[in-house]
Ligand binder design. Structure first.
Ligand code: ZN
Length: 225
């Protein structure tokens, strides 16, 4: 299973050369890209510990606008460099809820999501206790009772409008079928479908013919059982 299916990974977790200094540093999260201001659905549910601009000394210095939520196993999921946040501290959110928008706030060289998972929530929101996000999510999903495919996106009106604008434009260009716009209007679009319809749009933009009636056709072997 590729837990980041539909995302472009621009920098993996682990050692890399620092884009600012050129030195070799450990990259504590994974850099994921859709496009600027893409509404980002939570990879897992949890309680929001922090939502706002990360300042030096808090565990989020340089991370720009951050949403951090603690999952049921006590790990902290950090969504960083957001253009803006769409969650409030103390709220319980579900997998698939929109937590913020892809951006380039803080110490960032371009619009992307720095997604970091920390094993502890204190001090400084577990700064330094990072784990491999891909491995962690894979295990988390395997042990989770959640039926990912059926999780419907929960978002406010403004977010639904943004999603409708994205899918509506793709429909007008003949890249997807109307049923996906209808699902947005009915608010029955699941997080999984949303990700996959975007993958269809992207593939068709690159001239790859995929079956939008069945978004799973993008990568059949990666669909969850
Ligand atoms: Zn990063």
């Amino acid at each position: 299973m590729n837990v980041f299916e539909g995302w472009k990974v621009t920098s993996p977790y682990g050692y890399r050369s620092d884009p600012f200094t050129g030195g070799r540093v450990f990259h504590t999260g994974i850099d994921l890209v859709k496009y600027h201001k893409y509404p980002i659905p939570a990879f897992v549910g949890g309680v929001v510990l922090f939502a706002g601009e990360g300042v030096a000394g808090t565990g989020f210095g340089g991370y720009g606008n951050v949403v951090a939520l603690r999952d049921e196993k006590g790990h902290v999921h950090c969504y960083c460099h957001l253009d803006s946040v769409a969650a409030r501290k103390g709220l319980t959110i579900s997998k698939g809820d929109i937590i913020g928008y892809q951006g380039t706030t803080g110490r960032s060289t371009g619009s992307h999501l720095h997604y970091e998972i920390r094993a502890k929530d204190a001090p400084s929101y577990g700064y330094g206790s990072h784990v491999d996000p891909g491995e962690y999510l894979e295990q988390y999903y395997e042990n989770s009772e959640e039926d990912e495919d059926s999780m419907t996106i929960k978002a406010d009106d403004w977010v639904w409008k943004q999603i409708y604008n994205i899918l509506g434009a793709a429909y007008n260009e003949g890249k997807i079928d109307w049923q996906w716009c209808q699902k947005v209007l009915d608010r029955t679009l699941t997080a999984w479908e949303y990700t996959h319809v975007l993958a269809v749009i992207e593939a068709r933009t690159k001239g790859v013919d995929v079956d939008s009636e069945n978004p799973a056709a993008v990568a059949p072997d990666q669909r969850r059982k």
